[in-house]
Design a protein around this ligand. Structure first.
Ligand SMILES: CCc1ccc([C@H](C)CC(=O)N[C@@H]2O[C@H](CO)[C@@H](O)[C@H](O)[C@H]2O)cc1
Length: 841
């Protein structure tokens, strides 16, 4: 059987066609003469699934045989995007698949479009997790991801009359060929109930968590193929199922409704992704979701560990490393202790030693409103044993601190896991740092802010105990497979042609080889042709989504990311109004000389985020005025692109000339779309914030149009404003006036009121830097923003210079590949080494 089984799926076009036809018939019950494009996509997906599954199993067997140290990434979100194109590329099947389907009269692109975009995440954090999975596999690192299989992902965004409308995203629809249900892998997860103490059968004193409700966590495996390797890792997502499919005795009793109720209640757990991406909402279901996937994941990885012949608990940190993606999985600190102490009967001290050696924590935001603090009473009700454990941990922690800093040092209350107050809370950030081996920020400036402003007492404590390197920096990255090779095949072809191989795709330092051609006219013409192709695709996309015709020779200016006041989409649209007013002032002749611009803004607002939704409305209404103004529409177009998601990003990002990363200095932890744009030859208008700073260092100052105050200046500006010194540039005054005049309200009183409230709050001078005023310093950064945009126009007028800068920047982005980022995590934090699976195994 083994000989038969080995590599049983040949990859020549004909075998692929056969396998396709077989799945059409035997898996989908279609006949080979009548099937829809969606059927074709599904059958093709199953052809790939067979190969992915084979590789996943063989890879996992290899890891087990080699008894390697494993890494586990715990994330409540994975924005994985469409699978098919990426799977074909990473399995190195592009050629045979292309030939096979051309032979069947189908373009691969047609199939790709049939796939639902699994949006199991909100934004940056979720997409980073997905890029990490791709790099962990490509580096042949024995690392798996764990998460939640939400039935409803990130809502679909429709724009109706300029306003965001959220629509449920039932992405699973008729099933996803790229996931494998594992009814053989389920774990019980208890919630609520109470804790009893007593003697077990052997007379040992033990703690029992009883009662409450049990939910079954069932695994769904999503193979993650690496590029240019035979290794395929796994993303194991948990779905909540009722513990007893059907409680027959309940069935007999007239409590039928209850059994259905308990089924619904159980399934609720993994039903919906919470659509907020930077504001903590203490919803109980959210905490249940977090504990649910953390418990199932830790049970699963510990089961794998104890499967190893004559395992010893002391070996756990040598065989297991866990990364907590922000505080969302931080209940893992207490759950690991419960499983080790209560279930595996490991002594408390050893259990704590093992826990703090295995767990690690990544912080992704310094926004106070995003830091999770769960009410003690909620934890007490839902997770009574965990509250006991956290209480005990904090007791010992405080004792340590008192020994070091004295009983009444203010440090104690700052470092305590508990936040006192009328509602006592558990600070998940403090618990995460306390329970972690390593803590990291996601960009150099962000990690410094964590040390100095967000957790200064913790950093000082680490230094005091001689562990200053407990907090390390891991600058984010993106995977070049999806964001260059799949999103921009024309650019990928240029790199491979000029560099002589596609090695750059697994080692982006090779792109430096392009620099010697950066002023080469032949490359320039190919480069500009590539950009033209991307712009043509974008034009078709914008026509379809916004019913707007855009001039492909215009400068394409894009800002796509979650709508949030700190990301300052408002400043972008205020500038567009200013640019419009300047155009209107000009004579037709003068207008002819101006740089044509198309400004595209896209992103979802958290459903309860009122100000963000008003900003979307303002952008939509401004577009309606400008785009049909005969004086200006030839020179300036602006549109809000609906339903920004991974697949939309793959169409928009390759087409940019300029992209906006204009957050107030010190607010954007890193940003990752900035990296994707520059890798595709786009240049940045940005502030000295997040990873913009490091991109500028790598690519050269002349490739970025920087403006605005620096992080350390923010507090001064706010202080000056308090004393009334916060001047408003006259050009911005003119913009505010136009808004107040109702120029962009289309006679909608509600919109007019909303727009004016936005402007009024900005102009509440004394309150600048606070929520009652211009919290994110739009007014004080506006003049230099105008200057930066003028520099863009001037530079863009010199096409050869622009092209040179574009090539220079795109060829200098090696640092921002997640291969570099993950290599650092593996070496500095996890101590996990590549385990390259040999084919013949
Ligand atoms: C509790 C609600 C909630 C949900 C998600 C989050 C995320 C941490 C927000 C997020 O996505 N942060 C982004 O993470 C990216 C990856 O590191 C960074 O590049 C972005 O700068 C950061 O905003 C915070 C709070």
């Amino acid at each position: 059987l083994w000989k038969l089984m080995d590599t049983y799926e040949p990859n020549d076009p004909e075998s692929i066609q056969k396998s396709f036809a077989r799945h059409l018939e035997y898996s989908l019950a279609c006949t080979r003469f009548n099937f829809t494009m969606e059927d074709a996509y599904r059958a093709a997906g199953l052809v790939l699934r067979d190969r992915l599954l084979e590789s996943l199993n063989d890879t996992n067997d290899y890891y087990r045989k080699m008894d390697v140290k494993r890494g586990y990434y715990l994330s409540a979100e994975y924005l994985i995007g469409r699978h098919m194109q990426n799977a074909i590329a990473n399995l190195d099947l592009e050629q045979p698949f292309k030939e096979a389907f051309i032979g069947l009269g189908m373009e691969l692109e047609e199939l790709f479009h049939e796939e639902a975009d699994p949006a199991l995440g909100n934004g940056g954090l979720g997409r980073l997790a997905a890029c990490f999975l791709d790099s962990m596999a490509t580096l042949s690192l024995p690392c798996w991801g764990y998460g939640i299989r939400y039935s409803y992902g990130m809502f679909k965004q429709e724009i109706q009359n300029g306003r965001q409308v959220e629509c449920p995203d039932f992405w699973i629809g008729d099933g996803c060929p790229f996931e494998i249900p594992r009814p053989d892998i389920t774990y019980p997860v208890r919630l609520y109930g109470e804790v009893t103490h007593g003697e077990d059968e052997k007379g040992n004193w033990c703690v029992n968590w009883v009662g409450g409700e049990i939910v079954q966590a069932m695994a769904y495996d999503n193979p993650i193929p690496g590029f240019d390797t035979y290794n395929t890792n796994n993303l194991r997502l948990w779905r909540a199922c009722p513990s007893k499919e059907f409680d027959l005795d309940m069935f007999s009793a007239a409590a039928y409704a209850d059994s259905v109720e308990s089924r619904r209640k159980a399934e609720d757990l993994s039903a919906v992704l919470y659509p907020n991406d930077a504001t903590y909402e203490g919803k109980e279901l959210r905490l249940r979701q977090q504990y649910f996937f953390v418990s199932a994941s830790l049970q699963d990885l510990l089961r794998d560990f104890i499967k190893r012949p004559n395992y010893k608990w002391s070996e756990l940190p040598e065989k297991v490393a866990v990364q907590m993606n922000d505080t969302h999985p931080t209940i893992a600190v207490a759950e690991m202790m419960r499983l080790l102490v209560d279930v595996m009967h490991v002594h408390w001290e050893e259990a704590w030693d093992l826990t703090t050696k295995c767990l690690n924590y990544t912080n992704h935001t310094v926004m106070p409103e995003a830091l999770e603090k769960w009410p003690v009473e909620m934890i007490e009700r839902m997770l009574p044993r965990h509250l006991q454990i956290i209480g005990e941990l904090n007791l010992r922690w405080i004792k340590d601190l008192q020994k070091k800093y004295g009983d009444h040092s203010p440090v104690i209350s700052a470092l305590s896991i508990f936040e006192e107050g009328d509602i006592k809370k558990i600070r998940m950030g403090n618990l995460a740092i306390m329970g972690a081996n390593k803590v990291n920020g996601v960009a150099a400036i962000h990690t410094e802010i964590i040390k100095k402003e967000t957790f200064p007492e913790f950093y000082k404590y680490c230094c005091d105990i001689g562990k200053p390197d407990k907090i390390v920096n891991m600058t984010n990255g993106v995977t070049p497979r999806r964001w260059v090779h799949c999103a921009n095949p024309a650019l990928s072809a240029i790199f491979t042609k000029y560099l002589g191989s596609h090695e750059w795709l697994t080692d982006m330092t090779k792109l430096k080889g392009m620099l010697k051609f950066k002023e080469d006219s032949k490359l320039h013409s190919e480069w500009m042709e590539m950009k033209r192709e991307c712009k043509a695709k974008l034009a078709a996309f914008v026509k379809e989504k916004c019913d707007l015709d855009i001039d492909q020779d215009a400068l394409i200016d894009i800002q796509i990311k979650r709508i949030h006041e700190y990301k300052r989409q408002l400043m972008n649209i205020l500038y567009v109004i200013h640019r419009y007013q300047e155009l209107k002032k000009k004579s037709p002749g003068e207008r002819e000389k101006t740089q044509k611009r198309v400004v595209l803004i896209g992103g979802k607002a958290a459903s309860a985020y009122v100000n963000a939704k008003i900003i979307i409305k303002l952008i939509s209404n401004v577009g309606k005025v400008i785009n049909k103004d005969p004086d200006t529409s030839k020179y300036l177009k602006v549109a809000f692109v609906p339903n920004y998601c991974v697949s939309a990003a793959q169409v928009m990002i390759p087409a940019s000339d300029i992209s906006e990363h204009i957050s107030t200095a010190g607010t954007e932890a890193s940003g990752t779309s900035n990296m994707k744009f520059v890798m595709n030859g786009g240049l940045i208008v940005g502030t000295m914030d997040g990873a913009n700073i490091e991109i500028r260092e790598e690519c050269g100052e002349d490739t970025m149009f920087i403006f605005g105050c620096l992080e350390h200046q923010v507090a001064d500006i706010a202080a000056k404003a308090k004393s009334g010194h916060y001047p408003i540039d006259s050009r911005l005054q003119a913009v505010f006036q136009a808004i107040r005049n109702g120029d962009f309200s289309h006679g909608e009183p509600e919109a007019q009121a909303e727009f004016c409230s936005l402007v009024d709050r900005l102009c509440n001078i004394q309150a600048a830097g606070t929520w009652d005023g211009d919290k994110y310093l739009v007014i004080s950064d506006f003049p230099s923003f105008i200057d930066a945009q003028a520099r863009v126009d001037a530079t863009y007028a010199d096409k050869a210079k622009w092209c040179k800068l574009s090539i220079q920047a795109a060829s200098s982005m090696a640092k921002f590949s997640t291969d570099r980022t993950i290599k650092e995590y593996a070496e500095v934090i996890w101590g996990v080494k590549p385990a390259v699976r040999p084919l013949e195994d």
